[in-house]
Design a protein around this ligand. Structure first.
Ligand code: B1M
Length: 221
């Protein structure tokens, strides 16, 4: 692999955003994901190759480390920021159609629930996994999820809930969405949610963490 891509991958893994970013301290003053992605494109490396060869594998390493509790939320956030630093150079190629995403993922925290830290981490990791993410935010009604799916046929839906009281609204959302789109796929997660609950409400998959969500989506393609 090109030396630039190896370096870029390492920057994303370690959360080195750009040259001026002081994190991680032992990389101070060095180019980060932002500069290296630009240099890779300028060198003629295709955006697909940057994505598939450096950015997505780096985020998968980060996600797996987080699942194994080898790293925690702050490190994951830094990696996602570094990924975004590189992605700003790649995004125009998505818009022009030269580079394709794996699919669309609609995510939101269910009605009545304002917790969004976990939901945002899942959104960032899924985007880092090569998917287009439509983030509906927090306190999202079943109707809003349905409307988003109507406007983005074939998208996978992700529901997050952090309260035992709002988990009920996951059930409502699954019912409303599946009634109109029986073949749609719905992924659920959040601290009080379990595989048992997922099956009980007729959702398709439960993941305890962001990488599990990425793995589930990837096996749908
Ligand atoms: Co609230 N809160 N909170 N809170 N809060 C909890 C969840 C609670 C467990 C605290 C406690 O009592 N010990 C408790 C819930 C009890 C229960 O129902 N079982 C609780 C409560 C009661 C409340 C209020 C009702 C408090 C009150 O006002 N009386 C209130 C409710 C507001 C509302 O939503 N309507 C409330 C409010 C808040 C704040 C606004 C202050 C703030 C949220 C800020 C924000 O999100 N922007 C807050 C916070 C921060 C927490 C705690 C401390 C932390 C939650 C968090 O962000 N964790 C939490 C206690 C705790 O967990 N220690 C607590 C970190 C995050 C990375 O983890 O969200 O689990 P998590 O996400 C994980 C996985 O679950 C998974 O991936 C993430 C990374 O591994 N995941 C998915 C999440 N979504 C996924 C979706 C997927 C797949 C995986 O696929 C789609």
């Amino acid at each position: 692999m090109d030396e630039l891509l190896i370096k870029l991958s390492r920057c994303v893994e370690l959360g080195k955003i750009d040259k001026v970013s002081p994190y991680p301290p032992d990389m101070k003053g060095q180019d980060g994901a932002d500069e290296l992605a630009r240099q890779a494109l300028d060198k003629g490396i295709k955006p697909d190759e940057i994505l598939e060869g450096a950015l997505i594998p780096a985020m998968a390493i980060v996600g797996n480390r987080f699942s194994k509790k080898e790293i925690y939320v702050p490190q994951m956030l830094m990696a996602a920021k570094a990924m975004n630093g590189a992605m700003k150079h790649i995004k125009p190629f998505f818009q022009s159609g030269e580079t394709k995403r794996k699919g669309k993922f609609i995510i939101g925290t269910v009605a009545g629930d304002l917790h969004d830290i976990g939901k945002n981490l899942v959104a960032m990791m899924v985007e880092g996994g090569g998917w287009e993410v439509i983030d509906l935010g927090v306190d999202v009604s079943a109707e809003k999820f349905l409307n988003a799916l109507d406007n983005n046929p074939g998208a996978v839906i992700g529901l997050s809930a952090l309260l035992t009281t709002t988990m009920e609204n996951m059930k409502k959302t699954v019912t409303v969405v599946k009634e109109k789109h029986p073949s749609s796929k719905i992924l659920v997660g959040g601290a009080p949610v379990t595989m048992d609950y997922c099956q009980k409400i007729g959702a398709d998959f439960y993941s305890p963490d962001p990488q599990g969500a990425v793995n589930y989506l990837n096996q749908l393609i």
